[in-house]
Write a new protein. Sequence first.
Lengths: 372, 372
Amino acid sequence: MFKKLKFAVIGAGHGGQGIAGYLAYKGYEVNLYNRSIEKIKKIKQRGTIELVGSIVGFGRLNLVTNSIEQAIKNVDVIMVVLPASAHKFIAKHIAPFVTPEQYIVLNPGRTGGALEFKSIIARHNPLKEVCIVEAQTMLFACRALEQGKVKIFSKKEEVKVAALPAIRNNEFINMIHEVFPEFMPATSVLETSFNNVGALLHPIPTILNCGRIENTKGNFKYYIEGVTPSVAKIIEQVDYERMLVAKALGVKTMSLKEWLAYTYNAYGNTLCEALKNTKGYWGIMAPTNLDTRYIYEDVPQSLVPIWDMAMHLGIQTPTIDSIIHLASILHNADYYKSGRKVIDMGLEGLSVEEIRRFVINGQVSDSRGVVA
Amino acid sequence: MFKKLKFAVIGAGHGGQGIAGYLAYKGYEVNLYNRSIEKIKKIKQRGTIELVGSIVGFGRLNLVTNSIEQAIKNVDVIMVVLPASAHKFIAKHIAPFVTPEQYIVLNPGRTGGALEFKSIIARHNPLKEVCIVEAQTMLFACRALEQGKVKIFSKKEEVKVAALPAIRNNEFINMIHEVFPEFMPATSVLETSFNNVGALLHPIPTILNCGRIENTKGNFKYYIEGVTPSVAKIIEQVDYERMLVAKALGVKTMSLKEWLAYTYNAYGNTLCEALKNTKGYWGIMAPTNLDTRYIYEDVPQSLVPIWDMAMHLGIQTPTIDSIIHLASILHNADYYKSGRKVIDMGLEGLSVEEIRRFVINGQVSDSRGVVA
């Protein structure tokens, strides 16, 4: 009999409350961390999270805190459930306290999340060989109705995860299997990073419906009414460019249409049809305004890393460029500059072969120990 | 007393029927041409065009024909009222029949229309020095309710026009003044071409509302509901890039916001507010689908010539690029390739000074007769 795993959940937004509530409901010891104590005051008072929707139940939390040190002390697994734009901050603040036997799981990492996280921890605490795990997407679709009460819309049947380095995939999967049998191993974090569908599904329909979002305060069904054949055309072009980059890295790719079939058993003659046949998407409304993580997370942490890796590999991605450029204007931001780049992932100057070696065994050098 | 002017109106769409009806109603002799006879069958039977809306009356046409030769025979002014994408075709077919004393007026030319028209006529009929006049926008906002019945929404108070060459501005304005006192001389066709607001108002709100257009079949107010602060942000960025190019050509520019004040007496603290205060725009609905001249005319004949002139002058226009690129995907077209370019305007290899000389006096060479 294994010892019962202990968890820290970093981030008490929709997803963080969902995962913390689910783990506690399943009987695991859970510490919930949030940077702002104000946002978790009620949860701290109650000490519980209530689940409604497709999973119904209660979970009692072990600790609710804004101290990252206390949150992760003596836990086995650190579940980071935050917009990827917060990964940098968390990595820096977790670095002094994390221990080599802990696993840090990014739910999800978007593109290059685990690589960036590892690079930051290595910089702040070079002696620690922490295993970072990157999930390709969030396991749950859920929404916090209030502090401590979460509606679970759906749970995915399968979510790809990869350890960095990937030689630690098996030990992680074996350890986590009793809790999350949905987690299936990917070849490496390149697979989870470059099959990040948020890059496709979030910024594009938001930008191509930005008039409607502002005019109606998002009062339309994001996927069902917002993704039309023309919107799907642009998504497919970005998908094509993403797969070009992934293939150049030797990464097994799935088109978005294939991914919908694989993840949601959703099919259609066209991408647009397949999206309309994705039951998990039926109730999802558009963001209420343009200040949404669909842009401020998925442009800098999903599209920019794909674009910068394309540059690194000498590949043209004009459609991705167009979306990043328009998003930057919409947010008065320079997402090219602020977004996650090859240098942030610690991969600057590396060849495809060196990158592949690094994600598999954690070393750039080859088996003879020659540092490239 | 001048002789009463005779007109040919080329194109029997909304604008063509509007102008033909207005001229006939004012008592001028008007020949109406359309390429397809099917589209003017009913007008031919009736022999009249009825005006409703802000101008109410009847006009009897002299001739309704699909023969361009007969349409322009013995007329003084040839009013071309067609999507700019048809200018190439018309220029080629009009070239053998047009005479040097006739004026060809492009209503409007979009960007580089007069230059392209002149270049095509010169190629097909090198001996003819025809005066091409470019209007900056359409005089009327109107819609054909059926063949031979046009609703006039509004008439602009002033429309800038320029002759090519501009040394013929005065003779044209003097001649046309009794008919169209709204026509005011611009410095040259560079001014009318690079102050083409269709480049801003047509493709951008269409693309940034493309989900809504397809999902609702255009059932929303194009300017009032479709142009929100974020859509206006992208418009302003394209406006900025357009003005950069115009300024490099030494062209007097007006921002879109200034133009709304100048043309419609519409004001606001922001562009978005000014657009909402433009009464002429209140009733205008969105196109019913994406197969609209807002894209297939204004991308290749407005944005592409601005982009290509920017390239010619070494100016970056990343936002214009993004819009052209997305429009090309939406229409399965290569608008960079098919659009109007510097070479089509007959300006390839010319310096800014040579371009300016050419639009003013019709000659690239300077006053000493030195060909550049």
